[in-house]
Design a protein. Structure first.
Length: 272
């Protein structure tokens, strides 16, 4: 459990950098294409959970070191040990991996994934669970669970991926386990934009700064409603959005935007 601001937290299993209102998380095992371990799963989850209480952080960037995003769970440190677990132990592991996606979706800050190179397995899930994704032409995204004898229904993939790229395309990736290239990922809507490999992290940081300069409460409400309305009818969604928007109208940021408009100035949002 992380207490206190993320800017004061010294991460041990991932790289955490807080610059202004943007927190950057880097999966930092480049010699192995940044695989996840039990410890890095837990630390990522703890960071996103702590973000709920950190008003100073208004956006996240998640990326990988050394020209790759993430190769998934470490074969030696995770996959091998799982073969020795009983059903209860395996359920504890799959619950733990799912907790990371839950934490990403529950934190109020928008998350931008800067994806280059290999983005496979749980790495593809982290990119999928982010709010926005920037890629490169050489990116290879693969939900390759079926390649190791497992179902594609991992960490929310069957719920979230079809909502990003459509049911048919999601089915293709989850059944075949094939790689989704950068250009194809852009055409399918998985990526919001492509950038040169040397520029993708800077582009994500710039996008994050732009988001961080916006109204934090309103952004958090947008993220919440995007998730909640998956299970609503149109009528229910309209009613829920009426309440949400009315709440946003009670914030000082709404007043600041009006005052700035009258003064013909750009509003400076403070998140309250």
């Amino acid at each position: 459990m992380i207490t206190g601001p993320l800017a004061d937290y010294a991460a041990q299993h991932v790289k955490l950098e807080v610059s202004g209102a943007v927190a950057k998380l880097t999966l930092n095992r480049p010699e192995r294409k940044n695989p996840l371990t039990f410890d890095s799963y837990a630390e990522l989850t703890a960071i996103f959970r702590a973000a709920v209480h950190d008003d100073a952080v208004r956006a996240f960037v998640v990326t990988g070191a050394g020209g790759n995003f993430c190769s998934g769970g470490d074969v030696h440190e995770i996959i091998g040990p799982l073969l020795e677990r009983d059903t209860r132990g395996l359920m504890a592991f799959t619950a733990m991996t799912g907790d990371l996606v839950k934490a990403m979706r529950a934190c109020p800050q928008p998350i931008i994934a800067a994806v280059d190179g290999i983005c496979a397995g749980a790495g593809a899930i982290i990119a999928m669970a982010s709010d926005l994704r920037l890629g490169t032409a050489r990116t290879k995204v693969a939900f390759l669970f079926n390649r190791v004898g497992l179902a594609g229904c991992d960490m929310g993939a069957c719920a979230i991926l079809p909502r990003i790229i459509g049911q048919g395309r999601a089915s293709e990736l989850l059944y075949l386990g094939r790689s989704l290239g950068g250009e194809e990922g852009l055409a399918w809507g998985f990526f919001n934009a492509l950038h040169a490999p040397e520029a993708v992290q800077d582009a994500a940081a710039e996008m994050a700064r732009g988001i961080a300069e916006g109204p934090a409460f309103a952004h958090a409400m947008t993220k919440r409603m995007l998730a909640m309305e998956w299970a609503m009818s149109i009528e229910q969604a309209i009613e829920a959005e009426a309440v949400a928007q009315a709440l946003c109208m009670t914030t000082q940021d709404f007043r600041r935007a009006f005052d700035a408009f009258v003064a013909k100035q750009r509003p400076v949002f403070k998140g309250d």
